[in-house]
Design a protein around this ligand. Structure first.
Ligand code: CO
Length: 139
């Protein structure tokens, strides 16, 4: 297993539109992507670029969304997960399973178009952790 770069920090929000305004006006963010839906994951996503990483704003697409419960507990939104890159998702999944870390589901295509999985927060010091295969080309 080779730990790669911190790709993004996931931030749940009840409104991507309001969060984009916050990052633009309070944080001075200028590089902000277009929001898009990831129906397979039940979320709408928008990336805010910082020089060394990104903030992934995630808004539920409906009441069945995996982040709906998080927003019930945190109505204002909040920090939801961190995402690290790895060179090969299959190798990483085998590594984590070998360590007894619960891998949540099978690898699926994430917001950057490469395979991702989530690791159980209880096995990761309380942090919901996303593992993402690095894009083949430069960022
Ligand atoms: Co993410």
């Amino acid at each position: 297993m080779k730990l790669g770069r911190l790709n993004h920090i996931g931030v749940a929000t009840p409104s991507i539109e309001q969060s984009v305004a916050l990052y633009r006006e309070r944080m001075g963010a200028t590089q902000i992507g277009e929001p898009f839906d990831l129906p397979a994951q039940g979320v709408r996503v928008c990336f805010v670029d910082a020089p060394n990483t990104q903030v992934e704003l995630i808004e539920p697409l409906g009441p069945e969304s995996p982040i709906a419960k998080f927003l019930e507990k945190n109505p204002e939104g909040g920090q939801h997960h961190v995402c690290f890159e790895v060179p090969d998702i299959g190798d990483a999944v085998a590594w984590f399973k070998g360590k007894g870390v619960r891998v949540l589901g099978e690898p699926r295509i994430g917001a950057h178009g490469t395979p991702i999985v989530f690791l159980h927060p209880k096995d990761m010091g309380g942090v919901l952790t996303e593992i993402m295969e690095s894009p083949r080309q430069a960022h």
